[in-house]
Design a protein around this ligand. Structure first.
Ligand SMILES: [Cu+2]
Length: 179
């Protein structure tokens, strides 16, 4: 059991800190959301979409990927869907999920994105769904704030600031303990 857990943790940190073979080939990943249709009458229906607690982790020099985490609340009348993310501090960003497959954590892109149910919320967090920043141009530095554009199917583009927490951070708060 212990072994299983440490295997999981190892795979998790590999996923987050290394450009590892766990990262599945995702084609050109970037082309889809450019063609995304914008509905001009969208805004009122999805005025209730709230993004909060957006954060990522500082990265070591050798890392070229990072994970982005956030909570999306949908107070609107209709479900929406997070379908893409766009950044300029990395080559591209993808929406990923992590799953335990044969005792090993694996991650893969979610081509249909993540549904945000009407009246509900979704938390993207370590070990689960996340935004993956791929091909970091520079290491992410603790204390920095990163600009990310999240694209929702109905709400369209939503600019979000991601706070860079320390390397070992497990949540969005300031009070992490490192013993
Ligand atoms: Cu990932």
């Amino acid at each position: 059991m212990k072994n299983k857990i440490s295997k999981m943790l190892m795979a998790t940190s590999l996923c987050l800190f290394l450009s590892s073979p766990i990262v599945l080939a995702s084609g050109d990943g970037h082309s889809d959301h450019k063609a995304h249709e914008h509905d001009n009458a969208q805004d009122e229906k999805n005025a209730g979409l709230i993004v909060k607690q957006a954060w990522t982790r500082a990265t070591v020099k050798s890392a070229n990927v990072g994970g982005g985490y956030l909570v999306v609340e949908n107070n609107g009348q209709e479900a929406d869907r997070l379908i893409a993310a766009t950044v300029d501090f990395a080559e591209r960003a993808e929406i990923h999920e992590m799953k335990l497959v044969d005792d090993v954590m694996q991650m893969r892109p979610l081509p249909d994105g993540i549904e945000i149910p009407a009246g509900g919320f979704v938390a993207l967090k370590p070990g689960a769904e996340h935004v993956m920043f791929m091909g970091l141009k520079e290491p992410l530095k603790e204390g920095d704030v990163l600009d990310v554009i999240l694209t929702f199917e109905k709400a369209g583009d939503v600019p979000v600031k991601f706070k860079v927490n320390k390397l070992a951070a497990k949540g969005h708060g300031e009070h992490q303990h490192n013993h």
